[in-house]
Write a protein that binds this ligand. Structure first.
Ligand code: FAD
Length: 387
């Protein structure tokens, strides 16, 4: 065991994305946050850098990297702008990855070059008004008719589902019922690719969110949406299992984003504590402040180790579900706790929206909810313990 030192290649990638985040993303973050506008120009530049193709093979227009490379990029983006980071996270891990993992050759050929190049975005429509943590509550249905799937239902909170460059949303839908061992009838859930220009598909008015204001989130309506039978993604009835595995991976990505947010709060607090003076000296000279920031650093460091470990296991082909749940929970809490402490270090300025720590304060809360709440992570960890 030699620890978690990054190879030269990973370090170069991380440094490149860090420079991009500091010099291209950060200068426009406050503006997009205030205007609730999607950062098309930033996304275009991320696409040109190949970030949307990081974990995909070159034959599909990807960069030939891996999931850890994606996580490192997300950490660096999450440090300065969580909206931009979640746009990449959802685009790759929820949008394109299901096609890569479960798609037929034809589906991969059709969608991956478009998505991996960042020319188009895809969303993942799992959550519904009555199906969040309990995804088994899915009510959206898809029935077979004349060689098509006819889909009806509503989805909630779908990231990247309504931008000008969104072309695809993968939706989960009940496609049948099967008798379980106890004789009861269980829903069979499948995943289906829905191009967003299909009649009957509608991204409704975007939410007015507390944070992640520059990311794109809509409720979706699907009314007699008709797509060819070949748009079934993966095996019929395996949608539930498939999206659970997509969420396991996604938790590593969200943990990386959250680690970046937690670290961003540390970096901003250190700088401010050195500059701001009160009672004749820098506030960082007061132990109440320096210990607060030291604790923040410990949280960010712990979160990073947790997601590195989960990613290393995943790449080695070892079980990583529990470690991903731990990383997601620890990092989400680190981001929220650090954002709260950073706003305290900044005093009244921490409450002013144009300060990055205030944005992190609003943005970080969702890290304890999205892609599985803290309680859901605890359920997964407890289950692994046999409880
Ligand atoms: C900005 C944003 C972006 C999102 N992007 C997407 C997306 O792209 N695609 C998508 O499909 N979804 C997306 N979501 C949805 C998100 O994943 C869900 O909101 C989340 O999984 C929680 O589901 P819920 O909101 O229905 O809450 P619920 O499941 O109703 O939970 C409410 C509370 O009850 C708790 N709870 C539930 N069950 C239990 C239990 N058994 N034991 C203990 N506590 C429990 C929860 O932890 C939570 O605290 C997004 C949400 C937001 C806000």
């Amino acid at each position: 065991m030699t620890g978690f030192e990054l190879s030269e290649e990973y370090q170069d990638l991380s440094d490149t994305v860090r420079d991009f985040a500091d010099n291209v993303v950060a200068p426009v973050s406050a503006k997009h946050d205030e205007e609730h506008s999607f950062p098309y120009d930033v996304v275009k530049q991320m696409a040109e850098m190949g970030l949307f193709g990081l974990p995909f093979p070159e034959e599909f227009g990807g960069m030939g990297g891996d999931y850890f490379a994606l996580a490192l990029a997300l950490e660096q983006l999450g440090r300065v702008d969580q909206s931009v980071a979640i746009t990449l996270e959802a685009g790759v891990s929820l949008g394109a990855m299901p096609v890569y993992r479960f798609g037929t050759d034809a589906q991969k050929q059709e969608w991956l070059p478009l998505l991996a190049s960042g020319q188009a975005l895809a969303g993942f429509g799992l959550t519904e008004p009555e199906a969040g943590s309990d995804a088994g509550g899915t009510k959206t249905t898809a029935r077979r008719e004349d060689g098509s799937w006819v889909i009806n239902g509503n989805k909630e909170f779908i990231t990247n589902s309504g931008t000008d460059i969104t072309r695809l949303v993968t939706v989960t839908a009940v496609t049948g019922r099967k008798e379980a061992a106890d004789g009861s009838l269980r829903k069979e859930i499948s995943t289906i690719l829905v191009p967003t220009d299909t009649p009957g598909f509608k991204a409704e008015k975007p939410y007015n969110k507390v944070g992640w204001n520059a990311s794109d989130t809509h409720p979706l309506t699907l009314k007699d949406v008709r797509v060819p039978e070949e748009n079934l993604l993966g095996e019929e009835g395996r949608g539930y299992a498939n999206f659970l595995s997509i969420l396991d991976e996604g938790r590593i990505a969200i943990a990386a984003l959250a680690t970046g947010a937690a670290q961003g709060c540390v970096d901003l607090s250190v700088k401010y504590a050195r500059e701001r003076r009160a009672f004749g000296q820098e506030i960082g000279k007061y132990q109440a402040i320096s210990f607060k920031i030291a604790r923040m650093e410990a949280r960010a460091h712990t979160a990073r180790l947790a997601y590195y470990d989960a990613a290393a296991r995943m790449l080695a082909g070892k079980p990583f579900k529990t470690q991903a749940a731990i990383a997601k929970m620890v990092a989400g809490e680190a981001a929220m706790d650090n954002a709260r402490d950073a706003t305290q270090v900044f005093g009244g300025y921490g409450f002013i929206n144009e300060f990055t720590v205030a944005r992190h304060y609003r943005d970080s809360k969702i890290l304890e909810v999205g892609e599985g709440t803290t309680e859901v992570q605890l359920m997964l960890i407890a289950r692994e313990l046999g409880l």
